[in-house]
Write a protein that binds this ligand. Structure first.
Ligand SMILES: NC(=O)c1ccc[n+]([C@@H]2O[C@H](COP(=O)([O-])OP(=O)(O)OC[C@H]3O[C@@H](n4cnc5c(N)ncnc54)[C@H](O)[C@@H]3O)[C@@H](O)[C@H]2O)c1
Length: 312
């Protein structure tokens, strides 16, 4: 058992629970489901329920609930969902005041207890929270990413598949930029089994799909009263799997930029290759002038939230 991987899930709420279920079911490793002391018993109960689920489904992963950072010592991967989700009417940026101290607390503890973990941040406002986590921990840029692009692209792909009347399996599309309402669905790269999606979908319908994708998170918040959690968890598990299994997957994620796409010292969504060394490469796409303009607008929004964090 010495070679079993250890996955620390920081936050045992809606996304945390689904992450634990997916990681255990895929036998990615043993899971520690962590939450604040007031929620420690809740985390322990969820962990026990999920371990018992393993005796029905047939997975052997050990799942431990905890409120003690010492239990995360030596984690190979950390997935951070600590924080408050949106309520109807709120933007992701409205969460900055409440989630900034939470991400700082998590980063300080993670720096002490799990300095060599590959870190995937999910907490919102995503791009600013992942920036703050890196600033506090000083971890290498390849060992930290934010999850947003896989989810936003999944939403875009679903709406395209439904509109075109084709299988989701044949749709490839990417959403770049910040995880906000000005995110950038990259139409020039969007295909249905390598045929441009614009061959299948007229421009006015495409515009409606882009608009729905940008507001895709809010649509669910308005329906459920809280954030989505199934697709966000699956998206982060795809990223964790790419790292743990050295898959070299090309996934859109919030990665630290040092000149790529013309941006410095900023996390925003870009295509990145994730393998056993973490973010191994950022891929620069030949964007159209319009897409570059949208990316600039999105980066500016992210920078304004990062600036708020820097002053707080
Ligand atoms: N990046 C994305 O694409 C995306 C998608 C959906 C949701 N989110 C965000 O993910 C976050 C979590 O969402 P959720 O639905 O799981 O929320 P949730 O409220 O169900 O769970 C969050 C958990 O974090 C815990 N927590 C708070 N402070 C903590 C700390 N200091 N240390 C450890 N745990 C702490 C809470 O006790 C709670 O159990 C929210 O900020 C939400 O906006 C991001």
């Amino acid at each position: 058992m010495a070679n079993r991987k250890k996955i620390g899930l920081i936050g045992a709420g809606n996304i945390g629970g689904e992450l634990a279920r997916l990681c255990a079911n895929a036998e990615l490793g043993d899971v520690v489901l962590f939450d604040i002391p007031a929620k420690e018993n809740f985390a322990k109960g969820k962990a026990l329920d999920l371990e018992q689920n393993g005796s029905v489904l047939g997975y052997d992963a050990k799942i431990t609930g905890s409120g003690n950072w010492a239990d995360l010592e030596g984690a190979d991967v950390l997935i951070v969902t600590a924080g408050i989700p949106r309520k109807p009417g709120q933007s992701r940026d409205d969460l900055v005041a409440v989630n900034l101290p939470i991400i700082r607390d998590v980063a300080q503890n993670a720096k002490k207890h799990c300095p060599s973990a590959f870190v995937i941040v999910i907490s919102n406002p995503l791009d600013a929270m992942v920036y703050e986590y890196k600033r506090v921990t000083g971890c290498p840029k390849g060992m930290i990413v934010g999850m947003a692009g896989v989810l936003d692209s999944a939403r875009f792909q679903l709406f395209l598949a439904r509109e075109a009347g084709v299988s989701i399996k044949d749709v490839r599309a990417m959403v770049l930029g910040g995880h906000g309402d000005d995110m950038v669905p990259v139409l020039s790269m969007c295909t249905i089994n390598s045929i441009p999606a614009t061959n299948f979908i007229p421009v006015e319908r495409m515009n409606a799909i882009i608009d729905r994708t940008r507001k895709g998170g809010g649509e669910i918040v308005n329906l459920m009263g809280t954030s989505a959690y199934y697709a966000p968890a699956s998206s982060a598990v795809a990223m964790a799997t790419a790292y743990l299994h050295d898959q070299k997957r090309l996934l859109p994620c919030a990665a630290y930029l040092e000149g790529e796409y013309g941006y410095q010292d900023l996390f925003i969504g870009v295509p990145a290759i994730i393998g056993g060394k973490g973010v191994e490469k950022i891929v620069e796409l030949p964007l159209t002038a319009e897409e570059k303009g949208m990316l600039a607008k999105s980066a500016k929004s992210v920078q304004s939230v990062v600036d708020v964090c820097k002053k707080s």
